[in-house]
Design a binder for this molecule. Structure first.
Ligand SMILES: C[S@@+](CC[C@H](N)C(=O)[O-])C[C@H]1O[C@@H](n2cnc3c(N)ncnc32)[C@H](O)[C@@H]1O
Length: 246
C-alpha cells in the first residue's frame, strides 16, 4: 500500500514513522509513505501558501493553488486520478476502526493536512473525494490526524503485526472493547492474576475473555454494546453481572 501525505510540516512525521510497527512495515515493503511539502508547489519568491480570508475574520487560509498542484503532481507521477483524496478536517466524517478497515482495502491513498484557519473551500468541493475528522476537537494542523490514521491503517495490512490474531482481538475490531490483559508476575503487590488465565483450559479462557469484553463494553460504552449481537445466554449473564462487578 502507498500513502501520499501532503502537508506543510513533513518533518513532524520523522519520529512517528521511524519507530516500531510502521518502521517494520516500511522495511518489509508493506507500506510506502511519501511526504510532500505543499510549499514546494508555490511559484512566488516567498513561497506563500496562505492568505487573508475573503470577507474578513481572524487568521489565514491555506490557498487552493499549491494544494491542487501538489495533488496533480502526485497523480501525474503515478499516472492515475483514481486515488482517494482525503481531506483531514474537524468537519469530516468521524474516523473509527470501521473506517480504518475500509481505507486499508485501497492500494493507494492521499491525505491532505490543513493548517491555519483551514483550507480554501474549493479544495473540499472540487478536489477532495472524502473528508475525515479524528474526533470532535480542533488540532492546530492535520499532521497529527494523518499520523493517527496511518498508524491505525498500517496495523490492519496483512502481515504487518507479528501475530495474525493480534489485530482481530483489539478493541473495536468485533464491536467490543478488548478483555483485560495480564502478564507476569502472577501476584503483584498482593493483586493476583485471575485463576482462569493460569488454568491452561483454553475454552474456559476464551469464555472468560468473551464475558469480560462484553461486561467491559456494556459498562464503559453502552452505545457500542447496543450494536453487538449477543446470545440469550450472554444477555442473561450480562444483566446478572452488570450491577456488581468493576
Ligand atoms: C485549526 S484547524 C482549522 C479548523 C477550522 N477553522 C474549522 O473550524 O473547521 C487546522 C487544520 O487542522 C486539521 N484538523 C484540526 N482538527 C482536526 C480533526 N479533528 N480531525 C482532522 N483534522 C483536523 C485540519 O487539516 C485543519 O484544516
Amino acid at each position: 500500500m502507498r500513502i501520499d501525505i501532503l502537508c506543510l510540516f513533513p518533518e513532524m512525521f520523522a519520529s512517528a514513522f521511524a519507530q516500531s510497527i510502521i518502521k517494520r512495515a516500511k522495511e518489509r515493503g508493506l507500506i510506502d509513505i511519501v511526504l510532500h511539502n505543499i510549499r514546494d508547489y508555490t511559484h512566488d519568491k516567498h513561497r506563500t501558501v496562505d492568505e487573508y480570508p475573503y470577507g474578513g475574520g481572524p487568521g489565514m487560509v491555506l490557498k487552493p493553488e499549491p494544494v491542487f498542484e501538489a495533488v496533480e503532481a502526485v497523480e501525474q507521477q503515478l499516472n492515475t486520478s483514481e486515488i482517494p483524496i482525503i481531506l483531514l478536517t474537524p468537519q469530516g466524517r468521524l474516523f473509527n476502526q470501521q473506517v480504518a478497515r475500509e481505507l486499508v482495502l485501497y492500494s493507494h491513498l492521499m491525505l491532505i493536512c490543513g493548517h491555519y484557519e483551514g483550507i480554501d473551500e474549493r479544495v473540499r468541493r472540487h478536489l477532495a473525494t472524502d473528508e475525515i475528522s479524528i474526533g470532535d476537537y480542533v488540532l492546530s494542523s492535520g499532521e497529527l490526524a494523518a499520523m493517527v490514521i496511518v498508524d491505525a491503517i498500517v496495523r490492519l495490512i496483512p502481515g504487518v503485526l507479528g501475530s495474525a490474531t493480534s489485530a482481530s482481538s483489539d478493541s473495536h475490531s468485533n464491536g467490543l472493547l478488548e478483555y483485560p490483559q495480564y502478564t507476569r508476575p502472577r501476584v503483584y503487590r498482593g493483586w493476583s492474576v485471575p485463576s482462569v488465565l493460569l488454568s491452561g483450559n483454553h475454552s474456559e479462557i476464551a469464555l472468560w475473555r468473551r464475558q469480560q469484553a462484553i461486561l467491559r463494553t456494556a459498562k464503559r460504552r453502552p452505545d457500542l454494546i447496543k450494536k453487538v449481537t449477543l446470545s440469550d445466554k450472554e444477555k442473561e449473564w450480562i444483566s446478572e453481572n452488570l450491577l456488581n462487578r468493576k
